[in-house]
Design a protein around this ligand. Structure first.
Ligand code: NAD
Ligand code: 6OD
Length: 487
């Protein structure tokens, strides 16, 4: 079938065994979250398509799994170049699917997708292989030698399931290291955001990897394409990003075949603001960390703990800046908007004071048909309130005062999640003291979402299993094999 043409939008298609197809079950509408209009139709992969994708990935393992580091690294670079060459198409597609501000897609999502492939091309060369010289007691009492060395081999066919919030960034965050490590891939993006994944398949097709090395299927999760894929006996590993509840469901299925998993899940991320912080930096940083992409980033702050002496001033300024935000994107869907609004209502029932937002904005244009909600700042809830404990994944944060360092840490850690945290202080000793005590996989001090692709990324508690990023991803996507040679 035909491929997307610049300026004409993307026709979402599965990519299986080197062919684009819209075959399978009954498709479903693709909705523009900015105005609620139907923008196209997404094909739904049935079991036949999923089986074909897994079979194709198996068929490509011998060729791709044995390709040299040079061949794989060059392929990663061709993919990066291919995205770069179609940069504007990728930006258009990401904006159309998510409604996110164009500067976010053009400034973060698409450049980071390119960066993901370039980073793994480079990392492949820097990968050390370990060797150990081992003393061996000889048969006749002398001492001989053995050489132990460790090689890494790919896991096989990897299923990659990604969410809708950073569709291309989070898909490539897993596809790049999985392919770099010599695996073949069957990927399923979120049903809400099929377009940049389809463009990625076109770019990978053009990069000339062996047929079947990368496959893409579209469709829903539970009881559908996502579950068919993650429960598939032919899948050797699962890398998943999404809700913690979905992680549990996938893990139950994975248990059947003892399939290894890497999970990046939900969060309820705290910010701790000490009175000695640079006030302006802390407020501006918290506005970014709470409201970027309308709070639909797993790293976004939803709980803010502020030292009592600056609490009132901080809340007033945060509220004023939240009210001043005007150019923000929508929630991804009507269902997600309704979930976020249900938390706004719940918070009020739980006794919150609404400092800013709390409702649906009125723009007086086509956006009124879309799924926007106001950036919202709350105070006055107990730490145990559901709105303080449960992930909302929208533009909402609740601010609570604290009196001591220990209390701030205890409040931050009082959560089933442990993904990311921010600490705002000018006291270096305090920063070093507090950061390691916060139960999170990532702690930013005086900054937020400052990323280095070599660093470990992931969460503890209900926020995930394992770490991705740099060598950590290459470790997950490959298996160490120790070889011992008596010499
Ligand atoms: P989701 O869990 O609903 O869906 C994610 C993906 O899983 C989609 O592709 C979906 O089709 C698929 N899926 C759903 N049920 C499935 C099942 N039973 N079997 C197999 N696949 C299934 O998540 P979402 O709503 O797309 O994304 C938002 C969530 O993702 C939030 O909780 C957010 O915190 C989390 N998230 C975490 C990270 C991280 O790095 N930790 C990053 C982004 C998003
Ligand atoms: O920046 C990244 O590498 C990354 N994995 C970001 C995740 C954001 C979650 O929404």
């Amino acid at each position: 079938m035909g491929r997307s043409v610049a300026g004409e939008g993307v026709l979402p298609a599965h990519y299986v065994a080197g062919e684009f197809t819209r075959a399978g079950g009954e498709g479903f509408p693709l909705v523009n979250p900015v105005d609620g209009a139907v923008a196209g139709e997404v094909p739904e992969a049935d079991r036949v398509i999923v089986d074909a994708a897994v079979a194709a990935a198996h068929g490509a393992l011998a060729a791709w799994g044995s390709a040299s580091v040079e061949v794989r690294a060059e392929a990663m670079r061709r993919i990066a170049d291919g995205i770069q060459a179609r940069f504007d198409e990728f930006v258009d597609a990401e904006v159309a699917d998510t409604g996110k501000p164009r500067e976010l897609a053009a400034g973060v999502d698409i450049p980071r997708a390119i960066g993901n492939f370039r980073a793994y091309a480079d990392l492949l060369y820097g990968r050390p292989e370990r060797a150990h010289s081992t003393a061996v007691p000889g048969w006749s009492g002398g001492v001989g030698q053995a050489l132990n060395y460790t090689v890494r081999r790919p896991l096989g066919v990897v299923a990659i399931i990604s969410p809708w919030n950073l569709p291309l960034l989070l898909l490539t965050w897993k596809v790049a290291p999985a392919l770099a490590a010599g695996n073949t891939v069957v990927a399923k993006p979120s049903e809400e955001t099929p377009s940049t994944a389809t463009l990625l398949a076109e770019v990978i097709h053009d990069a000339g990897l062996p047929v079947g090395t990368f496959n893409l299927i579209h469709g829903h999760g539970a009881g559908a394409a996502g579950e068919f894929l993650t429960a598939h006996a032919g899948v050797d590993a699962i890398a998943f990003t999404g809700e913690s509840a979905t992680g549990s469901a996938i893990m139950r299925k994975a248990a059947e075949h003892i399939t290894p998993v890497s999970f990046e899940l939900g969060g309820k991320n705290p910010a701790i603001v000490f009175a000695d912080a640079d006030f302006e930096e802390a407020v501006a940083g918290t506005v970014r960390s709470a409201f970027t992409h309308s709070g639909q980033i797993c790293l976004c702050t939803e709980r803010v703990y502020v030292e009592r002496s600056i609490f009132a001033a901080f809340v007033a300024e945060l509220g004023a800046r939240a009210r001043a935000l005007t150019d923000y994107g929508p929630m991804i869907s009507a269902a997600h908007r309704d979930k976020v609004l249900s938390y706004y209502r719940l918070a009020v029932e739980e006794g919150a004071t609404v400092v800013a937002g709390g409702g649906v904005p009125s723009f007086g244009d086509e956006r009124d048909g879309g799924f926007h909600v106001e950036p919202t700042v709350l105070t006055g809830l107990a730490q145990s309130a559901r709105t303080v404990q449960e992930e909302v994944f929208g533009p909402i944060c609740h601010v609570l005062p604290f009196d001591t360092e220990d209390e701030a840490i205890a409040l931050a850690n009082d959560s089933r999640y442990g993904l990311a945290a921010t600490v705002w202080t000018r006291d270096l000793s305090r920063a070093h003291r507090v950061a390691p005590r916060v139960e999170a996989g990532i702690v930013w001090v005086n900054c937020w979402n400052l990323r280095d692709l070599r660093t470990p990324f992931g969460g503890i508690k209900a926020s995930g299993i394992g770490r991705e990023g740099g060598e950590y991803s290459l470790d997950f996507f490959s298996e160490p094999v120790n070889i011992c040679i008596k010499i």
